[in-house]
Design a binder for this molecule. Sequence first.
Ligand code: S3P
Length: 168
Amino acid sequence: MKIFLIGFMGCGKSTLGKKLATKLGYDFIDLDHQLEKELGDSVGNYFATHGEDAFRRLEKKTLQEYNYPANIVIATGGGAPCYFDNMEWMNANGKTVYIEMSPVALAKRLEGGKEKRPLIKNLNEVELIAFIEAKLAEREVFYKQAAINANGISLTADALRAILLSES
Ligand code: S3P
């Protein structure tokens, strides 16, 4: 089974995804890292030189054309579900899990990790929370189409595994 973890930047997709994959005996891939491998550049640099539209096109291509093994946990970029038919495609090709978290919790978690994230790297504390609130409101329309909604606060890989097993 392909398990797609989706949600806003900072919600824990990669950290939880890696642990979940280990527990399930599945492979793991972080799609942003895969993209960076293909680009030979960081997402931040790519955004700066080619712009967001070009990034979104490549993100779609990587998401939809990667040669996935049968059993894998996939950490997607925070914007991936919200462009093109990506959300529909993930729902048709695997199990989608939205890791839900409030703007305040996300802001706290993102303070230290802004540098590598082009959309937020120049924002101060007040701007960051306003940005998250506005962006999350737009994006939740897509995130909420996930097969599973998981509350990200204190979510562990074990709890996520239990949720997935109870679903299947
Ligand atoms: C983005 C999230 C990032 C990365 C890019 C854009 C977004 O991934 O894809 O900086 O639009 O929310 P993470 O969610 O892994 O930070």
